[in-house]
Design a protein around this ligand. Structure first.
Ligand code: AN7
Length: 349
């Protein structure tokens, strides 16, 4: 069977009519990878069942595709000709791809110099008009919110409720993949706070149990943890370099309802978690995507989370190839040898 994408797969749970044609790239159906080596590393001998929801395997390399299929399907239904978003990169790439598929004009605003190379490359390749602004994601979001009040352009940031409708399907898949019940802990990075809000909607709607939510923010961009807007957010995890999340209130509600935790993790801990994912389990993600794991490790170490016999799912939101620059910076330099057998033999000695 061909996986039809998240709208067809879960249409009964989504507010689309039966005959609305989906704009889809067959997103979703991403693997839930069992990670016993990693579990042993962060919680030795605790019997933690740890799973990685590898959202980097979506068509444009991030979880954004789940929400974008819904937002673009809706935009087409409403007769939009142009869509716009502000983005730290992944929303831009996803919007650009689905807009291309639907034949829509796509405009994306990105913070100059703060978007990872793979995201810029993809947005341009899909034919979006990429506008680099001398400001932050938050500045861009304010601009696109205001311009869409003034002009007939569809806003496809996660302030658009259809984005959350699509993204909540991640919760349905996790429950299905775990054999019909929610995990004990659901861990993920928090930037604009759309995804954590969407997952909570999904778990509640599916009615197969509720997890406790664990959200991780980068320490230099942690408005929800601090309880105040961060004017100049900074972090190596550029995807979540966001100082004033649009879904702030909804995320706090979800955290409270679930008995969850939101915590800040240092860039150093994000990169350590990022390295663990590649080296212990062979799963390459972009730095922001490791934030949920860094948060889980921190909370186990501090004793806030008891891992004994628990099931935890860590959502890995974006693929490692999104940010090759950081990956190369963080890695050892490749070894250089003459093209001679003896040189290789000496190296191996
Ligand atoms: C890899 O692309 O905000 O809390 O403009 O790319 O739902 O915002 C990206 C966010 C986590 C945070 N991981 O999710 C954008 C953008 C990755 C991301 C997040 C993002 P939200």
């Amino acid at each position: 069977m061909i996986w039809p994408g998240v709208i067809e797969a879960y249409r009964d749970y989504l507010p689309f009519d039966a005959d609305t044609p989906a704009v889809t790239l067959n997103e979703g159906n991403t693997p839930l990878i069992h990670a016993p080596r990693l579990a042993d590393h962060i919680a030795p001998r605790a019997g933690l069942r740890l799973f990685l929801k590898y959202e980097g395997l979506n068509p444009t390399g991030s979880f954004k595709d789940r929400g974008m299929t819904a937002a673009i399907t809706r935009a087409v239904q409403e007769g939009a000709g142009t869509v716009i978003c502000a983005s730290t990169g992944n929303t831009a790439a996803s919007a650009a791809a689905y807009a291309a598929r639907a034949g829509l004009r796509c405009i994306v605003l990105v913070p100059q110099g703060k978007i990872a190379l793979g995201k810029l490359a993809a947005s341009l390749a899909y034919g979006a008009e990429v506008i680099s602004i001398d400001g932050s994601f938050d500045d861009g979001l304010r601009m696109v919110r205001e311009i869409t009040e003034r002009r007939p352009i569809a806003l496809v940031n996660s302030v658009n409720p259809w984005r959350l409708e699509g993204q909540k399907t991640g919760a349905f898949e996790i429950v299905d993949q775990l054999g019909g019940r929610a995990p004990d802990w659901h861990c993920l990075p928090v930037g604009n706070a759309g995804n954590i809000s969407a997952y909570w909607m999904g778990y509640k709607q599916y009615e197969r149990g509720l997890p406790q939510l664990l959200g991780g923010q980068a320490a230099g961009s942690a408005p929800i943890v601090l309880g105040r807007v961060v004017e100049k957010p900074e972090t190596v995890a550029t995807a979540i370099r966001i100082g004033n999340p649009a879904r702030w209130r909804q995320a706090v509600e979800a955290l409270d309802e679930s008995g969850g935790i939101i915590t800040a993790v240092s860039d150093e801990d994000i990169l350590a978690a990022w390295r663990m994912l590649s080296r212990l389990e062979g799963v390459f993600v972009e730095p922001a995507s490791a934030t949920g794991l860094a948060a889980l490790k921190q909370q186990i170490e501090s004793g806030e989370i008891d891992p004994a016999g628990k099931t935890a799912v860590v959502v890995l939101t974006g693929h490692g190839l999104k940010d090759p620059g950081t990956a190369v910076e963080q890695a050892a330099t490749p070894i250089t040898l003459p093209a001679e057998l003896e040189a290789l033999d000496r190296y191996l000695a």
